[in-house]
Design a protein around this ligand. Structure first.
Ligand code: PGA
Length: 223
């Protein structure tokens, strides 16, 4: 699976235009898009898996400004990104808070994609151990070293392999792990060929439908 993460980009009109250009180019590929809440309704389709980029840990209630799991499901979301480093850093989401969201998503029957990864200078194993504490059940992991996100730097194949193997050691061999962090059309082929990499999470390079379609083709992830 290769997933694009639009972050806080695109109105619903722009999202619909993107889909018109993108869908015909990616027939037969295993691809998903994590879009803003406000674009979910505009990207519904049968070929590309649609997801949200966050959700509340609560089911409903007096939580002004929050969006629940039932609400994103209602708009066609099949997965939800949780614990993205921007949520952890900019919005101070803690491991225990993110764990509650993962459990909520699993209870409500939507696939959580839990993002993990170390900052520059942090010890990889210690960080992953803390971020994956209490995590189990049906989910995907996205390993994204924070220093590689939006910087144009990517981890070396041996670093990626080590991190993915460590996650699988904690969660079980069958857990699928995506790699993310400055994935683009220049490095996708090498990253896709790493044995432990089950898919990719692509931020900036997923914003243009033609560029992302090219990356999807290069990833070779067919249905
Ligand atoms: P990037 O973002 O591809 O722009 O580095 C990846 C992500 O944040 O998921």
């Amino acid at each position: 699976m290769i997933i694009g993460n639009w972050k806080m980009h695109k109105t619903s009109e722009e999202a619909a235009a993107y889909m018109r250009a993108f869908l015909p180019q990616v027939k037969g590929f295993k691809v998903g898009l994590a879009v803003p809440f406000t674009a979910l309704h505009a990207v519904q389709n049968d070929a590309v898996l649609i997801g949200a980029q966050n959700m509340s840990d609560e089911m409903s209630g007096a939580f002004t400004g929050e969006i629940s799991c039932a609400m994103i499901k209602d708009l066609g979301a099949k997965f939800v990104l949780l614990g993205h480093s921007e949520r952890r850093d900019v919005f101070q989401e803690s491991n225990s808070f993110i764990l509650r969201k993962v459990k909520r998503a699993q209870e409500e029957g939507i696939l959580p994609i839990l993002c993990v990864g170390e900052k520059e200078g942090q010890e990889l194993e210690r960080v992953l151990q803390e971020q994956l504490k209490g995590i189990s059940g049906n989910l995907l992991i996205a390993y994204e070293p924070v220093w590689a996100i939006g910087t144009g730097k990517t981890a070396k194949p041996e670093q990626i392999e080590k991190a993915h193997r460590f996650c699988k050691g904690l969660l079980g061999k069958k857990t699928e792990i995506l790699y993310g962090g400055s994935v683009n059309s220049e490095n996708i082929a090498e990253i896709a060929s790493i044995k432990e990499v089950d898919g990719m999470l692509v931020g900036g390079a997923s914003l243009n439908p033609d560029t992302f379609a090219k990356i999807v083709h290069q990833s070779g992830r067919k249905k």
